[in-house]
Design a protein around this ligand. Sequence first.
Ligand code: XIL
Length: 360
Amino acid sequence: MRRRDFVLGALGAGLASTGAFDSLVRNDITAQAAFARGGIPYGAAVRTDLLDTELDYKEAIIDHCQIVVGEGGLKWIDVRPSQEQFVFDQPDRLIDFADRNGMQMRGHTLAWYGAMPDWTKTIASADEAERELVHHITTVVGRYRGRIPSWDVVNEAIAETPMRGSVIRNSVWQERLGPRYIEIALRTAAAVDPSAQLVINDYNIENPTSQCRDRRKALLDLLRSLKDRDVPFHAVGIQGHLPGDMEIDREGLSRFVEDVKRMQLEVLVTELDVIDDTLPANEYDRDRIVARRAGDFLAAIGEAARPSAVLTWGITDRYTWVPMWFKRSDGKLNRPLPLDASYRPKALMKVIDEFTRAAE
Ligand code: XIL
């Protein structure tokens, strides 16, 4: 069921078909009503340009989301085309959209190895790296202080395959500063906006493989060492780019979330989608597997903690990053997201709805 139908149902079905009421719902009620019901807030990564160019897209976001996050826009490559410049067009537009529609906006991301502009390759010393990182975070978090309540401060810090002596993924920050870049980033963000939820965000921790086990352990070790030094941060973001052809390690994931919770940290799901390049071509079968993977994933997390939010990385199969890396060889479109390419809700949307509403 679509969220708007649910809201309309709650308010009286007879009103549902009048155009005037429709626009009232769209502009004022949907997200706020969902917040008020007290479930786990749901959101999606948004391509801000599409909000102006595609009405169906905009309506889908308004109908379903309480939270938005820019799929891009706040990455270094977007904000910092040159060392001197800060460009805030996209995030400014997205936060206005969020405000107008009673939604919250998450910030993604401040310290990541990816999406870095070329000029950052010239950062040559530890001092310079620290100065740049602090200047960037101070400016970006400062601009949205009190308006962006949750930040992916550190993204994908754990090495792809953690090994003894090299647990942190390489990046310009790691290269110049070593792992203390993580502490610098978190302390800076906390000083600029003490009320924001500061998140350490990572992926590939949910399958029954030794790689995922090692990554969970490396992440827990990092969290513990930060906690031991009283570094301010509040949550672990589990991205949830789930490989469709692999089972979820429900026990391992639940135990991980319990360990996180025991450190007085929150968890949230930040980038859920299901990579379906090797799943059956038949759409009905594929959608069922996609939904089951996400259901298992959410259930494993939910057994151990109540996530503070669930976000998918996009909302419609029409616009998804998945084919950039995981195109299907049979030429069929990927179907990783809750709505299909025509904005019809799929089984995955139902799974997310049920999970987020069960907490109401
Ligand atoms: C991806 C975007 O979806 C793409 O449009 C972009 O070109 C590259 O980045 N993990 C993350 C996200 O944390 O920032 C990535 O987003 C997807 C993987």
